[in-house]
Write a protein that binds this ligand. Structure first.
Ligand SMILES: NC(=O)c1ccc[n+]([C@@H]2O[C@H](COP(=O)([O-])OP(=O)(O)OC[C@H]3O[C@@H](n4cnc5c(N)ncnc54)[C@H](O)[C@@H]3O)[C@@H](O)[C@H]2O)c1
Length: 374
């Protein structure tokens, strides 16, 4: 690819487009990328987003946008269930794709996107921006250096006590595919498997629940958008109606990957205190994140180490800083100046986990990789 700036189109003009993708692309400088158009199925969202960010064109028809703008890169920021069709259209039009997580709702759909990209000589990457959290990135660096040895046990705990996303269509099965697990679990599973060196998914046994979302509304429970992951609010959001809530607010279970087992609990709503932890143990050392406490031995003594993780990267002060780092790395990769930040085999592994979890929760049984990967 030449050194000229990439023409970027953003598909889906909601919260993450406005708060993360568009600001991140604009921050990279016009010599690297230029946001040429936005698209949304809702006219006001597309128009207001274009006006808000000074983007020259907006569309309510994806085909028209791709034909007229001919983007080099499409950032897919629409609800989960539309990712596959939108990414497919973008790839067929000749554009690379940066796709919000999860890239698609099933392993088969995710694989078909990578196959299509490969057949066209294009690239598609899932927006696993949480990897850029300082402690996750440091854990990966230390794992690569052999500090932990083989990691054989992991724990993921992301508990929002009351953090159901009350904007857009996260609570609708048809739009989001699932609830807390495909929204938050995808980040946590991706981050831990990435730290562990992407051990292959083997099986999962999980359960899901949805007990609180509607009840909370009946008593008028006070909640806060910040707990749902959008501290500075949303614009042009579709109104939330709890009566429509139809996905899981809580997911828990046990995941086997090659040589290791991982217990997880993920919630948008649960009657437990908020929690955010990833812990793992290897044969040489273990760690608990985000504190980045490392449990090991020194000589004859059990010893704890707390490396200082300075957050002095260039985008640390930004809301959704991970998106800035990821966009930067993806642009570098596309211009031949760096590695692919989120590799296809990693995204496929996570897609198999997500796919299998929902079968397991629905059918109350363990689901093995062969069922998913064929
Ligand atoms: N990586 C992260 O940290 C992170 C954070 C939040 C959301 N997300 C992901 O981003 C995506 C969007 O989330 P959001 O919070 O911006 O939601 P949102 O509801 O605020 O925005 C989605 C927008 O897409 C539009 N839309 C609906 N169907 C569409 C279609 N077929 N084509 C184009 N646009 C369509 C909606 O009108 C809406 O404006 C989801 O996949 C979500 O999982 C990622």
């Amino acid at each position: 690819m030449s050194g000229s700036p990439l023409k970027v189109a953003v598909a889906g003009s909601g919260m993450i487009a406005n708060k993360a993708h568009i600001p991140a692309f604009k921050c990279m400088g016009e010599d690297r990328a230029r946001v040429a158009a936005v698209f949304d199925t809702r006219e006001e969202a597309a128009r207001d987003t274009a006006e808000r960010h000074g983007i020259p064109a907006w569309y309510t028809d994806a085909g028209e946008m791709l034909a007229k703008v001919k983007p080099d890169l499409v950032s897919v920021c629409s609800p989960n269930a539309s990712h596959r069709a939108m990414a497919e259209m973008a790839l067929n039009s000749g554009a690379h794709v940066l796709c919000e997580k999860p890239m698609a709702l099933t392993y088969a759909d995710t694989k078909s996107l990578f196959d299509l990209a490969q057949s066209k000589g294009l690239h598609i990457a899932a927006c696993q921006a949480q990897r850029y959290r300082g402690e996750f990135a440091a854990a990966r660096e230390l794992a690569d250096a052999g500090v932990f040895g083989d990691i054989y046990y992991g724990e993921i705990s992301l508990i929002r006590r009351r953090g159901i996303p009350k904007w857009g269509t996260f609570h609708l099965k048809e739009s989001n595919g699932g609830g807390a697990f495909c929204d938050l679990g995808v980040h946590m599973v991706d981050a831990l498997l990435w730290i562990m060196g992407n051990p292959a998914f083997e099986s999962i046994s999980g359960m899901s629940a949805s007990r609180l979302a509607r009840r909370d509304e009946e008593i008028g429970l006070v909640t806060n958008l910040a707990e749902s992951g959008t501290p500075s609010g949303v614009e042009n959001a579709r109104p939330y109606s709890p009566a429509e809530f139809e996905v899981e607010e809580f997911a828990a279970g046990s995941l086997r990957v090659a040589g290791a087992i991982i217990n997880f609990r993920i919630s948008w709503a649960l009657n437990l205190p908020p929690d955010f932890h990833v812990s793992f143990s290897g044969e040489r050392a273990g760690a608990r994140l985000p504190e980045m406490e490392i449990y090991s031995t020194l000589g004859r003594y059990q010893s704890d180490v707390r490396p200082k993780i300075y957050r002095n990267g260039r985008y640390e002060e930004r809301e959704f800083s991970g998106h800035y780092y990821l966009v930067d790395d993806f642009l570098n990769f596309l211009s031949g100046n760096g590695p692919m930040p989120v590799k296809p085999e990693e995204t496929l592994n996570v897609a198999a986990v997500i796919d299998a979890f929902y079968i397991s929760a629905r059918e109350c049984r363990e689901v093995r990789a062969a069922e998913i990967r064929g």
